[in-house]
Structures are given as C-alpha cells and as structure tokens.
Ligand binder design. Sequence first.
Ligand SMILES: Nc1ncnc2c1ncn2[C@@H]1O[C@H](COP(=O)(O)OP(=O)(O)OP(=O)(O)O)[C@@H](O)[C@H]1O
Ligand SMILES: [Mg+2]
Length: 507
Amino acid sequence: MKEYWTSLASLLGVLAFCQSIVNSIFPPELRFAILKLTGRLFNLFSSYVYFDITEIDGVNTNELYNAVQLYLSSSVSISGTRLSLTRAVNSSAITFGLANNDSIADSFNGAAVLWEHVVTQRHSQSFSWRPLPDEKRGFTLRISKNDKSLVLDSYLDYIMERAAEIRRKNQDRLLYTNSRGGSLDARGHPWESVPFKHPSTFDTLAMDPAKKLEIMRDLRDFAEGQEFYQRTGRAWKRGYLLYGPPGTGKSSMIAAMANFLGYDIYDLELTEVHNNSELRKLLMKTSSKSIIVIEDIDCSINLGNRKKSCSSAGNRGGSSNFYEAAAEMRGGAGGGSDEGGNSITLSGLLNFTDGLWSCCGSERIFVFTTNHVEKLDPALLRSGRMDMHIFMSYCSFPALKILLKNYLGVEEVDAKNEIEAVIDKAEMTPADVSELLIKNRRDKDKAVAELLEILKERAAARCGGRRYEAVEEEQEKRAVEESKEGAEEGSEFSSEKSEEEDDEKIK
Ligand SMILES: Nc1ncnc2c1ncn2[C@@H]1O[C@H](COP(=O)(O)OP(=O)(O)OP(=O)(O)O)[C@@H](O)[C@H]1O
Ligand SMILES: [Mg+2]
C-alpha cells in the first residue's frame, strides 16, 4: 500500500513538473492547443467513447436530454444518495433525477455504460431569441468502444421509449368528451378534457374472480402485443362489449380498465355527432393508448327502434327482470325505422372499429356498453368485431365477497350458506348491494343481517311470481315506518331528556 502511494505521489510530481514547463515555455494560445491535443491523444488510446447530450441544442430543447433524465429517474431513485426532485405540470407524481455532476452506472444488453450529469456555468450569453439559462446542463454517456454500435442502434431508442412510458404513467390521465358537438377549440381540438381520477380498479370491482382475471390477462396481452399485431397484420386495437342490467358495474369496469392500463378515456357521445365525417374527425383526433367508450350504444345510434330502446333505458332499473325487459323490448321493437335526425350509421362507426380507418392510430381499445344486447345489430356482434363480450351480471356470491371486504372489511360471513342459497335467485345488482352496505357500514352485523333479509325477500318474490316492485314498495313502506318509529322514540327520548334537564335546573 505504501508503495502505491509513493508511486502516485511521484506521478503527480511529474505531471506538475510537465505543466510548469508547458506554462513557462509556451504562450497561453499554444498552451490551449497543446491541452486539446493531449486530450485527443488520450481519447485515441482510451477504450471508451463519450457522447454529450446537452439540454439545449442550439436554441431548441433537446428531447433526448429530457428523455435521459426521465429514464435515469427510474434507476436513480433507489441507488442515489443525493437526488434532484421534480414534479411536472399535470402530474401528481414526483420524479427523481441525478444531482448536478453526479454519475450513475447502467447496463443494456450486457454492455456497461456510465452516465454523468454535467452542470457548468454559462460564461458568455451568446445571441439568442430566447434567454438561455445561467447553467449549461448535459449528460455525458461513457461507453466502451466495442459497444458503440449496440448502444447507438438500440439503447437510445430504448431510452426514448421508456421515457415516454414513464411520462405517461406519471401524468394524470384525462377523460375526454365531445360535449361541444363538432366545434373545435382554439387549438383546433374537438375534444374537451378533464383529469380522470376515478378510483375504480379491478380490486374494487365485484365480479367473478376467474372472469376478472381473464379480462385482465386479455388487456395485458393487448398492451404488450405490438409485435404480435404487427406479425399477424392486424390493426392494434381491441373491442369489448359490456352488457348487462343497470348497476352491474359496466362504467366501473371501464374506469378499472383505464386505471389498469394507464390509458386516457374518450367518452364519445354519439348523439352530439351529426354525421359520419364528423365522427371520423373526432376519432382521428384521439391519441394512442386510449379507450374509446360509447355508452348505451343501443340508444346512441339507430340500431333499431331507437325511441323505444332509449325510453326503456331511461327508465333504468324499472323492469322487474333484465331478461323480461329484454323480451318485452324484443316484442315491441319495430326495428329499422330511421326516426332521429342523426345521420351516423352503423357502418360509419364500424369503419373505425374494424375497417380501414381502424389502423389510423394504434393501441386503442373500443368499449361499447348496453343494457340491451338483444337490440344490437348482429353486424356489431359478429365474431372479430367486438373481440370480447362481457356479461356484467347480478351480484353473485364471489362478487358479494369482494363488496363485503371492500365496504365492511369482512372476509368471512357466518351466514355464508344462507346467502349462497338465495343470492342468485334474488337478482340484486352490485350497485344495490353497495348502497345497502354503505348505509350500514358502521354496524357490520346489521349490514349482513339486513342484506340477507332483503336477498331472501327478493328471492321469495321471484320464486313466488310476485313483481319485484311490490317487494321494493313494501321495503320502502317498512323503512318509512321504521324511521317514523325512530323519530317518535327520539322525541320521547328528547322529551325525557328535557324533563331530566328541567329537574336538574329545579334542583
Ligand atoms: N361490479 C361492481 N363492482 C363494484 N361496484 C359496483 C359494481 N357494479 C356497480 N357498482 C357500484 O354501483 C355504482 C353504479 O355502477 P356502474 O355505473 O358501474 O353501473 P353500470 O352497469 O354502468 O350501470 P348503467 O347501465 O346504469 O350505466 C358504482 O358507482 C359502483 O359503486
Ligand atoms: Mg354505466
């Protein structure tokens, strides 16, 4: 060790001696040239190459600099001891960055690289249309000469891709609507957007766990399937049709899908769109990695007797049975008449979901929802058009377990067998169950007991052929009576209390 220090000291001595000779013999201009030459010689014999990525490229912001900063933020967060923190506009996430003049090692396909964040003071302000920052920032990438081509061919592309992904994940997602009709905003955009913060996730969604897993796997395969879609010559898009009675979680499912994939949502209100060309313009202005939603597709487009289907959907939850209602509708629908002034056609829509236009823009999901699947044109249902048909059903026991866990924190219920015996017959929607659990969430036992009672009543009503509304009316009447009784008890209690207070005062 002692020998090592001695040789280092003598090397430094030699260097200092050489520098003093250079300083005393050569004038300053020559000195600079000699130093530059020495640097070049050093680089010639070095086994590394260096790339500078400056923050400002001339007068423009260098996109690669921002991408490297974001990319490194994902690896720096764990390993760094001194980090810079940033929060971008429209983002609720904080990103870590490499501190000034700090460095970090990375590897790519087996090649080791070193990143250094170089920050220096800007000496002279050269002429520019916009003022430049006082500090000059940049990254220096050091790689082995042997790995140069590998890094240049794919590492930088990889960094750009990863950065875009991180940026998208960090940014608040947006919910777009076309409520303005076809008119454009100042930037020529037909969509209005608001931050999308719906809390629904696949964890909170009450449905059969196996079905849920299947949907999640399908979504993941889609999101990671770029290579597959390219290889098979298919447009990178997927269609989901969600159907089922009102309150079974179709809209919640869309929110869960968006949260799962980190996609924006375009809520397409077809009744605001006047014709096919307006629809095309709207769809062309949607970004990739997005979910395009058309809710209540049976009401939005003329797929049959529109008036009838809409009035029926407007009266949601009024029918005693989803299937009965469906049957009623089947009987009543005249079909085919063109009543509204809306000239969007099904083929105009399908051109986008399925036809040539479907490949303008990529990685897009179409979700249609309906309460009346039987009203939809077979063209919309044929295989390959809507890739997955998902029936959102009444609350089953596995779905109920999820709701009990979410709302009450209850994992197991004593009345499991009793509930299981009636829940399918009761045909209660997750929305109704949720309401009941929210109402009684402070008293878990009461919540479960009341739920069981209602399930039994509904199941009995269905089996006995009684109309469901009659049972609901009874329940409402009972609730009113109970609240009246409660109020009377309360007033008795308060009068007793005031008597006590009076007694106190007298004493
Ligand atoms: N499967 C479910 N899992 C969890 N919560 C649900 C589910 N279904 C309904 N809910 C609850 O009920 C409310 C209404 O559900 P949602 O709007 O998703 O139903 P929907 O099927 O879209 O109804 P509609 O056909 O009337 O549009 C939601 O806010 C949610 O809290
Ligand atoms: Mg809905």
